[in-house]
Design a protein around this ligand. Structure first.
Ligand code: ADP
Ligand code: 5GP
Length: 189
């Protein structure tokens, strides 16, 4: 991952169910300069989830790739592995990583100039409603809500920007404005 070719590494992080995937999908659809990294995971595919959402792999395949040094960062999140394969964006494109807080910390450590956008829900109740609405099982919802209590203070402390995802369109606009601003800063600086 080059850090001085003028392109951005944009890390979108936040607790489960806050809307990260939904936001990132819209950002990438509207901005051809963005290149979305596709993560690996050992979790099962959700009902109705696209086969392209992740590279779905076995624990053995994941561990083999760790041993081969094939990840920029990886973590164990609620019993499953998730990881970003070493990014290889097309020339001139800004890389987008949609990852949880431990991974975001790792990326910041490797690349201090990575831009960390940390997303929060308007309330815990709304986060719960979104997780249930997405079809997560009740037990998983509770685990993710408890995990969010740990993740949020860390995420806020290391974030460059904290954004509350209340109205989806406003959030996407706000993030697009931040990205445009940061691009100008990189060119100027
Ligand atoms: P994450 O990637 O953070 O786990 P998702 O993108 O899967 O979250 O979103 C969780 C659920 O919340 C999805 O059903 C999504 O459609 C919904 N959602 C996302 N953003 C909003 C929003 N601003 N208002 C209402 N629902 C939202
Ligand atoms: P989910 O199971 O809801 O798809 O993802 C669980 C959590 O893992 C989410 O917070 C998601 O952003 C995060 N995640 C997805 N891919 C990666 C990755 O490559 N690395 C890390 N560290 N987290 C990831």
């Amino acid at each position: 991952m080059s850090i001085d070719d003028g392109t951005l590494v944009i890390v979108v992080s936040g607790p489960g169910g806050v809307g990260k995937s939904t936001i990132v999908e819209k950002l990438v659809a509207h901005d051809p300069q963005l290149w979305l990294s596709r993560s690996w995971t050992t979790r099962e595919r959700r009902q109705g989830e696209s086969a392209e959402a992740y590279e779905f792999v076995s624990r053995q395949e994941f561990e083999d790739n760790i041993a081969a040094g094939g990840f920029l960062e990886w973590t164990d999140f609620l019993g499953n592995y998730y990881g970003t394969p070493t990014p290889n964006p097309p020339s001139g494109r800004d890389t987008v990583l949609e990852i949880e807080v431990d991974g975001a910390q790792q990326v910041k450590r490797i690349n201090a100039s990575a831009l960390l956008l940390f997303i929060l829900p308007p309330s815990r109740q709304e986060q719960k409603t979104r997780l249930r609405g997405r079809g997560d099982a009740a037990q998983k919802v509770e685990k993710r809500l408890r995990k969010a209590e740990e993740e949020e203070p860390v995420g806020k402390a290391i974030a460059d920007y904290v954004i509350i995802n209340d109205d989806l369109e406003s959030t996407v606009e706000e993030m697009s404005r931040i990205i445009a601003y940061e691009r100008k800063q990189r060119i100027a600086g």
